[in-house]
Design a protein around this ligand. Structure first.
Ligand code: SF4
Length: 438
């Protein structure tokens, strides 16, 4: 096939990656070839990220590079709305079209407008893989279950960019999951802005999958995904009481014993100022109950230090929370004001040097906890999903490791192994983040 040629630059988080995959799949279906160089492309699509200022700068630089290397550029994604969109047009007036996040039809429509469709192409006979175009390795895939968010955390502008929660019908989600599994995917990573809120916007409407009624709700989704017999990992869950009901599915091995819960802080006052969902829930009690119901559950979280007005006492509360919660995987960010976020108007910003100092104290404590927890795995036998195979050995992940954000397992000897294989091995060494097994 020799269709019209489109270049693609994908920036940002897993949610933006899923948008890119959707756009690429549609372009392939419409007969376009996706090419890896600027010079071969008739137009370049840049999927931008607008989450923090450094991401915006990276997006603007990518647009500038595409303009100077190719000249015909279509911009989409999180920076494609409001003031950011105006800034793009001012800085790069030659940009052909700008659209916001998840605006699949607009992007694809712009490509059709500026690089008209080749009539010789037959979308029914040209080859598009049945699982669509995936930018992740073929053995794992992100499964996006909703768009937008009903919360209004004061540091976040995602609801302004992506709007309120819109859940995808459960039948569509399950069909996509089934296609991915049939195409060889061995791990599904469920993503959204708030996975625990799935279906709230459509009152948990009943949908159908293979003729079977299923409610559009996290519990039913997890039960149905658990039937595939592959790894199913939940991201961006909040500690609401109904989350307790999915933990038994983890204990039974139907979905991975893994919860990614962005707690963001351990001080109730800071959480209130952040306007966090589930701020009033007793997180430590909930964690304890989950560990009782499923002893090998892995808990991942992210935190922000240096939020406006954070006092030394509130920061100490955060450290106490970390000491008590003993979470397995933790990311920590220094607060950085995002343009348009309500938290920018809060009084008493924390000086940069103090943010850095608190971040270092936080990281030193968590590294010790993480190293201790991994050391407890020495001598145990774990299941590993192989990601890469090299002459010296293979690199994979345990059930406790999500791709790209968690640790890795270095496996001695890779004979006969391929990416996507499951193997069992004994843990022979550990450090703060990674395991070695053989
Ligand atoms: S839950 Fe809060 S941080 Fe997450 S997307 Fe919604 S508003 Fe933003």
């Amino acid at each position: 096939m020799s269709g019209n040629k489109v270049g693609f630059v994908s920036l940002g988080c897993p949610k933006a990656l899923v948008d890119s995959e959707r756009i690429l799949t549609q372009l392939k279906l419409d007969g376009y070839d996706i090419v890896p160089t600027y010079e071969d492309a008739q137009v370049v699509v840049v999927n931008t990220c607008g989450f923090i200022d450094s991401a915006k700068q990276e997006s603007l630089d990518a647009i500038g590079e595409a303009i100077s290397e190719n000249g015909r550029v279509i911009v989409t994604g999180c920076m494609g709305k409001g003031e950011d969109a105006d800034a793009i047009m001012q800085l790069h007036p030659k940009v052909l079209s700008v659209s916001g996040p998840a605006a699949y039809e607009e992007v694809v429509g712009a490509v059709h407008e500026f690089v008209p469709h080749t009539p010789a192409h037959d979308p029914y006979t040209d080859l598009v893989p049945p699982q669509g175009v995936k930018l992740t390795p073929r053995h794992y895939a992100y499964l996006k279950i909703s768009e937008g968010c009903n919360h209004r955390c004061s540091f976040c502008i995602i609801p302004d960019m992506r709007g309120d929660l819109v859940s995808r019908p459960i039948g569509d989600v399950m069909e996509e999951a089934e296609r991915l599994v049939r195409a060889g995917v061995r791990e599904l990573l469920v993503i959204s802005q708030d996975t625990s809120a799935y279906g709230v916007d459509i009152k948990y409407r009943t949908g159908f999958w293979n003729g079977r009624p299923l409610k559009t709700r996290m519990q039913e989704l997890c039960e149905a995904l658990g039937e595939f017999g592959i790894w199913v990992r939940l991201h961006y869950v909040y500690p609401y009481p109904h989350v307790d009901d999915v933990v038994p599915l983890m204990a039974e091995g139907r979905i991975l014993p893994y919860l990614d819960i962005p707690f963001q802080h351990g001080s109730p006052d800071v959480l209130r100022r952040m306007k966090r969902p589930a701020a009033a829930e007793k997180a430590l009690e909930r964690i304890q109950a989950w560990r009782t119901a499923c002893p090998d559950i892995t808990l991942r979280s992210t935190f922000i230090v240096g939020f406006p007005g954070e006092t030394e006492a509130e920061f100490e509360e955060l450290l106490d929370f970390i000491r008590a919660a003993r979470l397995d995987r933790v990311g920590c960010f220094q607060y950085s004001p995002v343009k348009g976020a309500r938290a920018n108007d809060l009084p008493d910003p924390v000086p940069e040097a103090l943010k850095q100092e608190r971040w270092e104290r936080f990281m030193a404590l968590q590294q010790q906890i993480s190293a201790d927890k991994l050391q407890q795995k020495l001598g145990t036998t774990i299941e590993i999903l192989v990601d890469e195979v090299h002459a010296e050995g293979a690199i994979g992940r345990s059930r406790a490791d999500a791709p790209e954000i968690d640790g890795r397992v270095y496996l001695e000897g890779a004979e006969g192994l391929s990416p996507g294989d499951f193997v069992e091995a004994e843990v022979t060494a550990t450090d703060e983040y990674d395991l070695w097994a053989g």
